[in-house]
Every structure is written in structure tokens, then in C-alpha cells.
Design a protein around this ligand. Sequence first.
Ligand code: ADP
Length: 355
Amino acid sequence: MKPNKYKNRFFDLNVLQWTVPLFLAVTAFVFEFVEHGHEDGLSFDLAFTGETIIFGLMGPLIIGFIIAWMRQLFNAEKEAMAEVHVLNRELEAKVIERTAALEQRNNELDKANRELLKLDEMKSEFVSLVSHELRAPLTSLNGGLEVALQAENLSPSSRHTLEAMMDESARLTQFVQTILDISRLDAGRLTLNLGAVAVAPILYRSVEVVIGTSRNIKWNLPSEIPPVWADEIYYEQIIRNLLRNADKYSPAEKQIEINVRINDENISVEVADHGAGIAPEMQEKIFERFQRGQSGESAPPGWGLGLYFARKLTDAQNGTLLLSSPAWHKPAAPGSVFTITMPIAADSPEEIDNV
Ligand code: ADP
């Protein structure tokens, strides 16, 4: 529609450029003839000549120039609009082309994502199957080793070997169990039995099992601690994991501190050590799957799964697991504090299936 509008205007001005000055010139001449005409004829005096030149010639010429100038302006505007129109068309075409390309890319990404999810599911199923299959022989192995260790006539070296095998077998069993639990948790199939859990007995039991009497433990527990709302087994597993790490990653002669704080709606258990601490750039990474601070022969034994599982389990129980390091202003032993915070127990027991 727009080009027509400009075309009409252009056409009108083109005609007006000639007709208006002509009309004005004729009118001015006629007027001057009438004004200066006498009964005895026309006198070509200075007034007639001057007025005729001004009104019949220069006036129309100026008006003609103005209309020509306006016509040029409209002409330029018309060309600019036509250019904008072409640019708009090109832009629209480009947008359509890019949108189609993006849509295609999106579809490809969507397809790749679905394939990856399927592969991940297959991998989880495979890991879960293998772990499941490993559990039964490991249970028999542990039982057999326990029976063998009860024999009285064992030489010290055989006892030592059997004990080492027992430790390794227990570690492997724990690993297989963790893998199974992680794949269940990832698949949303881990069942949590939430209920009121007494904190202090879990802390004492975990220290006894994980650390024993080999190390100085500094306790800072309020005299009465309300129960937390958690899954007892998994809550204890997280606490044990934090204690095991504090023991593993700090020198044996340094004490480990256990602090319990009661806040308005939750209870925090802090496990603090005087080890080398954790570098800022590693502090979030160590909560990821298979992430370890050290690797290679010299690294303490581990799989890099403990904190990953601990945080996932804590989140699933509506708690938080946080790290603060350095914990002390001592360059030689900056240490770390892991804090697990859980809600104070509600009234009735509850079961969470799909975490
Ligand atoms: P693992 O101990 O099997 O490596 P974790 O997931 O429990 O796996 O820990 C991941 C990493 O976090 C460890 O390899 C270690 O580098 C670091 N880490 C964990 N706890 C501590 C700690 N108390 N002090 C220093 N580093 C720690």
C-alpha cells in the first residue's frame, strides 16, 4: 500500500510543479493588464513592467522551485522507505531462516539428550545389577573370613593376612552398598524412613565404630538435645562418613571436635578437624561424584563418593550439609568443619519413597 501512496504524491507534485506557477503567471499577467489598461490603450510604464516581472515571472518561478524542492524531498523519502522495506524483507527472511535452523538444532539436542538419558539409565541399571550380584558373594566371603579368624591355632602372620583381607572385604562391601544406594537414590527408588532420631547416641556410636579410642575427641554437646527428623540409618551413615574423613584427612595426633548446636527449628552437628583444610576451588567440587582432593598412589584410600552421597542423602531428608574451611587461623593446620543440619523432629513417623 505504501509505495502507491508515495507514487501518487510524487505524481501530484510533478504536475503541480508546472501547473501552479503557470496558473499564477497567467493570473498575474491578466491582473496587471486589467490594472494598467486605459481606455486609450496599455501603457508599458515602469510600474506595469516591474509588477509583471515580480508577480508574473519571479513569483511563479519561486513557487515552482519550492514545489520542485518538495518533490525532491518526497522523492528521497520514497527511496529511503523503499530501502527500509527491502531491508525489512531481508531481515524477516533471515529471522525465518535462523528460527528454522535453531528449531532443527533444538530437535537434534533434544534427541541427543534423550539418548544420553537412556544411556545413563542403562548404565545405572547395569551398575545396580553388578553391585547386586557382588553383594551375595561378598557376604559369604565376610562370613567365611570371620569364621576363619575365630580359629585358635592361627599363626600371627596368617591372622594378620586374614585381618587385612577382612578389612579390604569390608571396604569393598561398603563400596558396593554405597553404589547400590546411590543408583537407587538417583533413580528415585531409595526409601527413607523418617522419624524422630536421638542425636547423641548416634554420635557416640559412630565415634566408637569409626575412630575408637585412638584419637582425642573434644565434645561440645548441650545437656539436652531434641531429636531430629531423619532416617536413622542414613543419618548415622552421613555422620560416620564425616568422622571417617576427619580421621582420614587430619594428622592422628590432632584432636577432632564435635559440636552440637540447637537452633530454632533445627539441630546442627559440626565435625571439625585440624587437617590441611580444603582449597576454596575444591570446596564445591568435593561434593560431586568421584571427585577427590588427591589422587594417585600416595592418596588416602577412597572413591570420592562419600560426600556426594552424604549431601544427596541430607538434601533428601530436608537437611543441609555445608563445609567451612579454613576452620582455624593456623597456617600449619587450617582444618575443615562439615556441618550437617536437620530439622527438629515432628510428631508422626513418615516414609519418603521417591526422593
Ligand atoms: P573420599 O574420601 O573417598 O575421597 P569423599 O567424597 O568423602 O571421598 O571426599 C571427597 C574429597 O574431599 C576427598 O578426596 C578429600 O580430598 C576431601 N575431603 C573430605 N573430607 C575432608 C577433610 N575433613 N579434610 C580435608 N579434605 C577432605
